[in-house]
Every structure is written in structure tokens, then in C-alpha cells.
Design a protein around this ligand. Structure first.
Ligand code: KIV
Length: 283
């Protein structure tokens, strides 16, 4: 059965943990869906993982729509949440509503995610009022990387921790159906999780959150440009891929691939006729 934002809320109320992973394409989404993952985030980490940028700043609406639509076609049961890219919602409430609408209409997501707390509450309120569910994102918000001065954990001191609590309550009040907590102390994430009615989805925020999200290429050890402390490699897919690519390269160069069983045959009389035709052409 298709998961919805209502499923998320029910899972929190029943104390069931929510599993979420990023995906950026149809085949990966299908695999995650068939593995029972509750929700798929078409994250703007697409910029790092798929497009090779150093951060998420250059990701466009067109990128998110293109990959969002591919994931949506592969996700039968998982809730699909699509990230709003940098400057698609910060500029105005109007831009936020129009762009959230495009991610739903063209990207076929079931919800959008945006970064920020009190400062983006007018956007969250306006988007949810149009019937589009919004997931908020607090803590380390990668679109603010230039203000943070790097990918560093957040809200470790008293005042930033208090601000994070105020932000979490504010985005809930504005209508967010869930909130991502990235790279914050586990004990703080646990306090926030207990304070909120809506589910918290942690990434580098400890086990006290209502659910967890990871970048799928990180947890399969496919992406090695940088490895945050909170990432666990659940499988070494990167190494399996490299071994497969190496074996292919070797067989192509040795002429052992393709073998007879990988080729298409032709009836003898057609072959004889086509040989004669080719000979005629070259005389
Ligand atoms: O873009 C992304 O993958 C994210 C996760 C890190 C939560 O926002």
C-alpha cells in the first residue's frame, strides 16, 4: 500500500521507526521500494552524488523535476519527497508555492522538503495551504554551507540548541508534516523528537529520532568523495561495481566478451546471400 504523510504520522504515534533513503533514478527507487523502505527522498545531494558538484548550490528545478519523475515512476509504495533546490523558495513565498507545485505536477512527488526554520515558516504555511505536504530540514542545512563555512555539526552550544528547538516548534506550527534533523547532537534530537507531534527523521542525529535517512550512495559505499562520521557502509557496492567494470574491461580487451551465447544468429541462406551482396559492393 502506498505510504503517505498520514502513514508517517501513524508510525510516530505507534512508535514504529521510519526508514528513508535518497534515490535519484527509477531502478534504484524500485529496488528500495521492493526492500520495504518507507520513504524515498529525491535529495538535492543529487548535486554531489550524481552531478559531481562540490555542494548542492548549483542544483536546478529542472534537475529535481527530471530525477524526481524518474524516482516517482519506480516507487510503488514508498512516499516520495522531492527537495526544493537552492533559491527555489528562499526568494519569496510566491516562488516557493510555484516551485513546490512544479515538483508535484512535473516531478510527481507526494511532498517537498525545504531547509530552514522560523525564516521559512511563511513559505511552509503557504505551500501546505495549497495541499502540498512539506518536510522541514534543520541542523546542518547543506544549502547554507557557505554561511556555515563547511560541513560541520550544528547546535552543540546552548543558544544554537535553543534556536533549533524554537525552529522545530515553528515549522510544526507552520504545517510541516515531518522534520529532518541533520548533524546535531543525539541528546538534542531526542529532546526535539519528544517535544514534537510530527515525526523527526535523523541523519547524523542519533537513534532517538522517529526515523532515519541516509544518502543511498553513502550507505552502499559507492560515493567516496567524503564520508561523514554518521555513515555506516551496509554493503560495499562500490567495490563490487569496480570489480565488475574491471572484469568487463579485461574481457573486451582479451576478445572473450561477447561470446557465442551473447550474439544473434542468421539463417545460412540469408548469410550466404548477404555475403554475396557485400562481395558485389566491394568489387
Ligand atoms: O539532499 C539530501 O540528500 C538531504 C539529506 C542529506 C537529508 O537533504
Amino acid at each position: 500500500m502506498k505510504n503517505t504523510v498520514v502513514t508517517f504520522q501513524q508510525m510516530k504515534e505507534r512508535g514504529e521507526k521510519i526508514s528513508m533513503l535518497t534515490a535519484y533514478d527509477y531502478s534504484t527507487a524500485k529496488l528500495q521500494d521492493s526492500a520495504g523502505i518507507n520513504a524515498i527522498l529525491v535529495g538535492d545531494s543529487l548535486g554531489n552524488v550524481v552531478l559531481g558538484y562540490p555542494d548542492t548550490i548549483s542544483v536546478t528545478m529542472e534537475d529535481m523535476i527530471h530525477h524526481g519523475a524518474a524516482v516517482s515512476r519506480g516507487a510503488q509504495n514508498a512516499l516520495v519527497v522531492i527537495d526544493m533546490p537552492f533559491m527555489s523558495y528562499q526568494t519569496s513565498v510566491y516562488d516557493a508555492v510555484v516551485n513546490a507545485g512544479r515538483l508535484m505536477k512535473e516531478g510527481r512527488g507526494q511532498a517537498v522538503k525545504l531547509e530552514g526554520g522560523e525564516e521559512v515558516c511563511p513559505q511552509i504555511k503557504a505551500i501546505t495551504q495549497t495541499g502540498i505536504p512539506v518536510m522541514a530540514h534543520l541542523g546542518l542545512t547543506p544549502q547554507s554551507i557557505n554561511a556555515f563555512g563547511g560541513f560541520v555539526s550544528q547546535a552543540k552550544e546552548l543558544e544554537p540548541a535553543k534556536k533549533l528547538i524554537r525552529d522545530a516548534l515553528a515549522v510544526q506550527e507552520a504545517g510541516a508534516f515531518a522534520v529532518t534533523l541533520e548533524c546535531v547532537p543525539a541528546c538534542l534530537a531526542e529532546i526535539v523528537t519528544k517535544l514534537l507531534r510530527i515525526p523527526t527523521i535523523g541523519i547524523g542525529a542519533g537513534a532517538g529520532c522517529d526515523g532515519q535517512v541516509l544518502v543511498y550512495a553513502d550507505m552502499l559505499a559507492m560515493f567516496n568523495d567524503f564520508r561523514p562520521k554518521f555513515v555506516k557502509a551496509f554493503s560495499n557496492v562500490g567495490e563490487h561495481m569496480r570489480a565488475g567494470f574491471r572484469a568487463y574491461d579485461e574481457e573486451v580487451k582479451a576478445g572473450t566478451y561477447p561470446a557465442e551465447e551473447h550474439t544473434y544468429a542468421m539463417q545460412d541462406e540469408v548469410y550466404d546471400a548477404i555475403r554475396a551482396y557485400a562481395d558485389e559492393l566491394t568489387q
